[in-house]
Design a binder for this molecule. Structure first.
Ligand code: PLP
Length: 393
C-alpha cells in the first residue's frame, strides 16, 4: 500500500538546520531556527519552569484523563492573561490545546463546521506554517497586503482597502504582536482602524498570539486582542506558551472564542470538545499544569515576568547591536527596520542570491526570504555577521 506514496519535499528550515549542523566552520551562525536562544546559543528551561516542575512532582496525585478541554485552572488563568477584563466572561470560552499549532487546527475544524463558503484572509507574508496547517485542514485561504518589501513598512492602507472589500462573514487572520516573519505590527491607532473595518464589514477576527510578552510587555502586546474583544460580536484567538514560557516541546496553547451570546458559547464548547476528541482526544497536562502554577502564584509569576523581560531585552539589544554595526560597515544601506521590528524575527531585505552567498562564503544560515531569527545573534558574533552581510550587499 505505501509504495503509492511519494516523498514530501524537505522542510526548508529543517534542511537549513541540518546543513548548519554539518558546516565545520567554527564561526558559522544559525539565524534560521525558530526558537529563542540566550547569548550562549542555548534554549534553556526557564528557572521558574524548573521550580514549578519541582512543585508539580511533589503535589501531583493522579495521571488520570483530564478531558477534552484540558486543565481548567490553566484555561482560567490563560483567559485572564489573554483578555484581562476585555470581552464579556459570559461570552468567552478558553480551552487548552497542544500548542498554538493545535489551537489553529481545532479552530480550522470549527470554522469548517460553521460555514462552507468563508475564506480566511492571511497576511502577505505570514508564518510559513499558517497556509499548510489551515489550508491542509480544508480552509480556503487568500492573502491580504501586509509588508512592503522595498520600504520595510506595513502596507496599512492597502490592507484596510482589501478588508473593506471582503464579503460579510469572511475571517481575517491577524498576528497580535511580533508578526512572523516581518517583526512589524500595526500601531494601536491602526489596530483601532482595523477593528472598525472588521465591525463594519461583519468580518470575523482570528487572532494568532504566539509571542505575548516578546514585543513590549504582556499587556501592551495583547492590545489588539483586548480592543477587538471589547468591540466585535465574535472572534477567535489562538495563543501559544511555546515562546513566552519556553515550553516548546511540551505543546501548550489555548483556543478562545468570543461568542455572540452565552448560548452560542455553550455550543462552541461542545463543538471544540468533539473536534479535540476526533483529532488528539485530549491535550497533554504537564506544560499546562506548570503554566497554571506560575500564573496562579504571585512570587512565581513575578519571577516569570523577570525571565520574560530578559528574553525580550536580549532580542532588542541584538537588533540594536546589528543595526549599529551595519551603520558602520554598510553606511549606504538603510537597516532602520531592524530596530523598528520586535520579537524574534525580521527581514534583512536580501535577495535569495545574497542569502546563498552568505551561507557559502561565511557560514551564515537563514531562509531564502532573508528572514532572520535575531536570537541567533550574540555580542560575540555580531561584528562577524555585519561584516558578512556588508560583503554581499
Ligand atoms: C505566528 C505563529 N503562530 C503559531 C505558532 C505555533 O507555535 P506552537 O509551537 O505553540 O505550535 C508559531 C510558532 O512558531 C508562530 O510563529
Amino acid at each position: 500500500m505505501f509504495e503509492t506514496l511519494q516523498a514530501m519535499p524537505a522542510d526548508a528550515i529543517l534542511g537549513l538546520i541540518a546543513e548548519h549542523k554539518e558546516d565545520p566552520r567554527p564561526e558559522k551562525i544559525d539565524l534560521g531556527v525558530g526558537v529563542y536562544r540566550n547569548a550562549a546559543g542555548e534554549t534553556p528551561v526557564l528557572d521558574v519552569v524548573k521550580e514549578a516542575e519541582r512543585r508539580l512532582i511533589d503535589t501531583e496525585d493522579s495521571k488520570a484523563y483530564l478531558g477534552t478541554a484540558g486543565n481548567a485552572g490553566f484555561n482560567a488563568a490563560m483567559q485572564k492573561l489573554t483578555f484581562a477584563d476585555a470581552g464579556s466572561e459570559d461570552r468567552l470560552l478558553t480551552v487548552q490545546t497542544p500548542g498554538g499549532s493545535g489551537s489553529l487546527r481545532v479552530a480550522a475544524g470549527l470554522i469548517m463546521r460553521a460555514t462552507d463558503n468563508a475564506t480566511v484572509w492571511v497576511s502577505d507574508p505570514t508564518w510559513n506554517n499558517h497556509v499548510p496547517l489551515l489550508g491542509g485542514a480544508g480552509l480556503a485561504l487568500k492573502p491580504y497586503p501586509y509588508y512592503d518589501t522595498t520600504h520595510h513598512e506595513i502596507r496599512a492602507e492597502a490592507m484596510l482597502e482589501t478588508l473593506r472589500a471582503l464579503p460579510r462573514g469572511d475571517l481575517v487572520l491577524l498576528h497580535a504582536c511580533c508578526h512572523n516573519p516581518s517583526g512589524l505590527d500595526p500601531t494601536e491607532d491602526q489596530w483601532r482602524q482595523i477593528t472598525e473595518v472588521v465591525k463594519e464589514r461583519e468580518l470575523v477576527p482570528f487572532i494568532d498570539m504566539a509571542y505575548q510578552g516578546f514585543a513590549t510587555d504582556l499587556d501592551s502586546d495583547a492590545f489588539a486582542v483586548r480592543h477587538m474583544a471589547d468591540n466585535v460580536a465574535e472572534m477567535i484567538v489562538s495563543t501559544s506558551c511555546s515562546k513566552n514560557f519556553g515550553l516548546y516541546r511540551e505543546r501548550v496553547g489555548t483556543l478562545s472564542f468570543l461568542a455572540r451570546d452565552h448560548g452560542t458559547r455553550a455550543i462552541l464548547a461542545s463543538q471544540a470538545s468533539s473536534l479535540a476528541r476526533t483529532i488528539y482526544s485530549m491535550p497533554p497536562n504537564h506544560g499546562a499544569a506548570v503554566v497554571s502554577s506560575i500564573l496562579c502564584d504571585e512570587p512565581l509569576r513575578a519571577r516569570w515576568h523577570e525571565e520574560l523581560d530578559t528574553m525580550r531585552d536580549r532580542l532588542r539589544d541584538m537588533r540594536q547591536m546589528l543595526h549599529s554595526a551595519l551603520a558602520v560597515k554598510a553606511p549606504d544601506h538603510d537597516f532602520s527596520h531592524l530596530v523598528r521590528a520586535t520579537g524574534m524575527f525580521c527581514f534583512l531585505g536580501l535577495t535569495a542570491g545574497q542569502v546563498e552567498r552568505l551561507k557559502k562564503d561565511s557560514g551564515v544560515y537563514m531562509v531564502d526570504s532573508s528572514r532572520i531569527n535575531v536570537a541567533g545573534i550574540t555580542p560575540g558574533n555580531v561584528d562577524y555577521l555585519a561584516d558578512s552581510i556588508a560583503a554581499v550587499l
